[in-house]
Design a binder for this molecule. Structure first.
Ligand code: TUI
Length: 315
């Protein structure tokens, strides 16, 4: 067993974060991941403050282990939630879809570990200067809202640019991916898509079936035109969206078309008009397992991969 500095910092047992997936990452999934020794992360998404507060309280009922809250900075409630997490004694905050600079003083004063998701070297360096405890480096293989660069090129460049721990995200679904992330200089990983098939994940069964059936080429990126690129499993909605983008429909109209579609996928399982966010690894995710089984398997595979590669290499 290796001692991971991110585990010491956060008082967790394995260096695996569960991605803060909007609508998906609620108390059942989050507490299961934390109870299995990883870091469960509640997704605030676009939810109102009081709903997120309830999720925090329900999570505390189901686990005594540390967990985090992901604040999606495009949310109209982001500011209120930024304050609420301090009142609720949340230990770890991750952020997405923006620059959380203005909240650092608030969070640091509350003793919160701050771990922004970054899609570029420049933002990672800025976050370190502000006092970030670590960064999640997210490549565009990820599902949901993405940046431009892949995990493969982003992790080593950010590793070289900052001195804080780096958590790799995007394109990681098994022990080979975790081992590769370590080789690139990461201190831990964040995994989203694989947890969609966790027994404790409450998404509609149609969503789970779509992930199970997905092949390598089955994700598409919509919203490049609106400035909010989002990776989803292809369906009628994603095809329609891309067609309208090509036809030059205004960003406002496109945003309107996208509104509420993630809820339709997660809660209603609406195959045609839901937005089924998933990463490019969907093609290699097909087993339904408990969070404990997923985490145990990931760590065992990682160990085996590193041991085998280490044995075969010589110079
Ligand atoms: O945030 C995510 N993934 C998400 S959020 C989400 S909900 C949503 N719904 C509709 C439209 C948009 C989002 C679904 N998936 N990942 C973290 C992430 N952060 N990816 C990219 C970024 C990012 C982008 C720009 C972080 C910072 C950033 O900074 C720009 C700036 O202001 O400097």
């Amino acid at each position: 067993m290796v001692a991971y500095k991110i585990c010491e910092m956060l008082d967790i047992e394995v260096p695996i974060f569960q991605g803060g997936m909007a609508w998906v990452a609620e108390h059942n999934l989050v507490s299961a991941v934390s109870n299995a020794g990883g870091l469960g992360i509640i997704a605030a998404g676009n939810a109102p403050t009081e709903i997120v507060r309830e999720e925090i309280r329900k999570t505390k009922e189901k686990t005594k282990k540390p967990f985090g809250v992901n604040i999606m900075l495009l949310s109209p409630y982001a500011d209120e939630i930024a304050h609420m997490v301090c009142e609720e004694g949340v230990k770890v905050v991750t952020t997405g879809a923006g620059n959380p600079g203005k909240y650092f003083e608030l969070w640091k004063d509350a003793g919160i570990k701050v771990i922004p998701v970054v899609p570029s070297v420049a933002l990672a360096k800025r976050m370190e200067r502000y006092g970030a405890d670590a960064v999640v480096v997210e490549g565009c293989e990820s599902g949901g809202h993405i940046g431009e660069l892949t995990t493969m090129v982003l992790v080593p460049q950010i590793r070289d640019a900052v001195n804080i721990p780096v958590i790799a995200a995007g394109g990681i679904a098994d022990g080979r991916g975790v081992a590769a992330a370590f080789m690139l200089g990461a201190d831990g990983v964040q995994i989203g898509t694989r947890f969609l098939l966790a027994h404790e994940c409450i998404i509609h069964s149609n969503y789970k079936q779509k992930v199970k059936k997905a092949k390598d080429i089955d994700t598409q990126v919509t919203g490049r035109v609106t400035g909010h690129p989002v990776r989803v499993l292809r369906n009628k909605l994603s095809r329609e969206f891309l067609k309208l983008e090509r036809e030059g429909v205004s960003p406002e109209k496109l945003d309107e078309l996208g509104a509420g579609t993630l809820r339709k996928a997660v809660i209603e399982g609406d195959i045609d008009t839901g937005s089924f966010m998933a990463g490019q690894v969907a093609g290699m995710v097909s087993k339904e397992q408990s969070c404990e089984e997923i985490i145990k398997e990931l760590m065992e595979e990682t160990y085996q991969v590193i041991k085998t590669v280490g044995k075969n290499i010589s110079c």
